[in-house]
Design a binder for this molecule. Structure first.
Ligand SMILES: Cc1cc2nc3c(=O)[nH]c(=O)nc-3n(C[C@H](O)[C@H](O)[C@H](O)COP(=O)(O)OP(=O)(O)OC[C@H]3O[C@@H](n4cnc5c(N)ncnc54)[C@H](O)[C@@H]3O)c2cc1C
Length: 545
């Protein structure tokens, strides 16, 4: 017996997938979402990030949490997993980039992106409940002092965030959608946003877009990883998507789904891996653009920080990212925190080295350690790392890129994964402005400024904002999808997530991904206006796919 056919199969339930699902389900389409991760309730999140089985996602080690860490040759990527995608683990920050970003060479000049996305930014901001952070905690005050020390006090600002600032820990009827949404609980500023909000104050996608997608009939299947995408014919008839059960030891196969259209929204790494596998391994999509996996960006990011020896300080209260500033026109710095007791990332920190190369930076690091052994021993033994540490997230719009291919590397020797290579100029493994900021931060908090170890020892920076790999373009020579998100050579196959973005944004990307998905979904007519029985091709407003 043939399985039920959906109008849209959506792969991944992060920002791109959830927005598309809600808008298309609302328009009357039959929508199914396949999600590799699990579905979580507030009480399912770990209390501390030391609880690896609940915090990390690595099914081979029976870890079924929300935080995935992928190691590429020249980049360490943090990304989210689960029903709600990266929204479960993200730091709530929802910023609109400056309009000048859309003038970067990657954005096709056929559209006025800043103008076209304008109303969609507004809709997405409303849906995600964007509001300025209302509580400047100790970390945020340190960030203000840092902006003063870097002589740009006027650029300091509280972040725009998706958090419900009702009465702390008090449940109220839905405050966002005229009572139609779920009940909500006010933020208690515990700082747990990035290990999973335990009170439900974070506006994760399951509390807005996915909630309404379900109300409009969308079905969500957690624990299924999409594996093969098989088109029935080159004209884009019915697609079949096969799945694998992500919790099973042996990756046993799951159900297959049939759909008139498929939207790949598996996040930048998930989407690139899926498309590369289907082009190069299974050969089910052999005509995908040669640019799949190219033009990946790290949002020009570096992570740094400083740990204080002053036990009176408590940097773990507040929301994950409460304040930011711009040390120069191309750079943004945000102050980040983890909740008290969540010190897992302490092993990532090594002494700040300043500028240098792959030889001089490790030398300097060891020199620091051996010339101040007691200081570093004390740092290593500090009781509550999260309480004592301010992390700096530095983002730049300067353009550097990676290319990903399928392959094995030392990080995925036993299974086929992604391998990266430099495309053009290599990603910077240090940013001079970041080094300066961390040094000054160390002075402010009376502690030890630090780099991420992989950056110093392996010249591998870390990013939580991976972008690109299936970018929008004008032809298969410069992109993987067209300006309406349809994959070149595959009518009815779309990509809508961080992988579409063709430049660094220099701000956190989720609001842009949501706005682009709002624009994408707005291109479809409501389902009543077309006869899906007769036509395999949906009409896009004014443009036919
Ligand atoms: C610790 C951390 C903090 C962050 N903080 C912020 C922040 O404050 N502000 C901000 O804007 N951004 C932040 N981000 C980044 C943000 O989470 C991502 O940019 C955003 O979630 C990307 O959205 P997306 O739609 O591309 O996909 P994602 O949200 O990554 O969702 C993709 C989903 O697809 C699923 N998937 C992958 N492959 C498959 C497959 N084959 N089959 C089925 N499902 C699959 C994944 O499990 C995942 O759930 C943060 C990220 C991290 C890790």
């Amino acid at each position: 017996m043939r399985s039920e056919a959906f109008d849209f199969i959506i792969i991944g339930s992060g920002f791109g997938g959830s927005v598309s699902a809600m808008r298309l389900a609302e328009k009357g389409y039959r929508v199914v979402i396949l999600e590799e991760g699990m579905e979580y309730r507030n009480q399912d999140f770990p209390r501390l990030n030391w609880n690896l089985r609940k915090y990390l996602w690595e099914p081979v080690f029976r870890c079924f949490g929300i935080q995935r860490i992928s190691f590429l040759n020249r980049l360490m990527v943090l990304h989210g997993v689960g029903v709600g995608g990266g929204s479960l683990v993200y730091a709530n920050t929802l910023m609109r980039p400056e309009d000048r970003i859309f003038q970067e060479p990657g954005w096709p000049k056929t559209q006025d992106w800043a103008r076209e996305l304008g109303s969609h930014y507004e809709t997405a901001s409303k849906m995600l409940g964007v509001t300025p952070n209302r509580y400047l905690a100790e970390t945020d005050l340190v960030i203000r002092e840092l902006s003063q020390k870097m002589e740009v006090p006027e650029s300091f600002h509280p972040t725009q965030v998706g958090v419900f600032f009702g009465k702390s820990e008090v449940e109220v009827p839905d405050p966002y959608f005229g009572g139609e949404g779920p009940k909500r609980v006010g933020c208690n500023f515990c700082g747990s946003c990035m290990i999973g909000c335990p009170v439900g104050a974070k506006n994760t996608l399951d509390k807005n877009y996915l909630y309404f997608a379900r109300k409009s009939g969308a079905k969500i299947f957690p624990g299924l990883r999409a594996e093969k995408i098989v088109p029935a014919d080159q004209e884009g008839g019915i697609y079949t998507v096969t799945t694998v059960r992500s919790r099973s030891w042996l990756s046993s196969s799951g159900p297959s789904f049939r759909g008139k259209k498929v939207i790949v929204a598996a996040g930048a790494l998930g989407t690139v891996k899926l498309l590369l596998k289907n082009r190069d391994r299974y050969r089910t999509l052999p005509h995908l653009s040669p640019r799949v996996g190219a033009d990946m960006r790290s949002n020009g990011e570096c992570l740094l920080g400083a740990t204080s020896f002053d036990s009176a300080k408590n940097f773990s209260k507040g929301i994950a990212i409460g304040a930011a500033f711009h040390p120069d026109a191309n750079t943004k710095i945000e102050g980040v925190r983890y909740p008290m007791g969540s010190g897992l990332l302490r092993f990532m920190g090594v002494p700040l080295t300043g500028e240098g190369n792959g030889f001089t930076r490790p030398l300097r690091m060891f020199f620091h350690i051996f010339s101040h052994p007691l200081r570093y021993l004390r740092l290593f033994l500090i009781r509550d790392w999260a309480r004592s540490t301010v992390i700096l997230l530095v983002m730049q719009s300067v353009d550097t890129k990676l290319r990903l291919r399928l392959g094995r590397s030392i990080f995925n020797f036993f299974r086929l994964g992604l391998k990266s290579e430099v495309q053009g100029t290599s990603l910077p493994s240090f940013l001079p402005v970041g080094q300066k900021a961390a040094r000054l931060l160390g002075e402010i908090v009376d502690g030890v400024p630090q780099n991420v170890a992989s950056e110093v020892l392996l010249q591998t920076p870390a990013t939580a904002h991976i972008l690109g790999g299936a970018i929008i373009g004008t032809s298969p020579n410069d992109g993987v999808i067209d300006v309406n998100h349809e994959v070149f050579s595959y009518p009815g196959l779309y990509v809508c997530d961080a992988s579409c973005i063709p430049s660094n944004l220099a701000v956190n990307p989720s609001l842009t991904i949501a706005a682009m998905a709002e624009r994408f979904a707005s291109l479809f007519f409501p389902s009543e206006s077309i006869d899906l029985g007769r036509s395999n091709t949906l009409k896009l407003n004014g443009k036919i796919s």
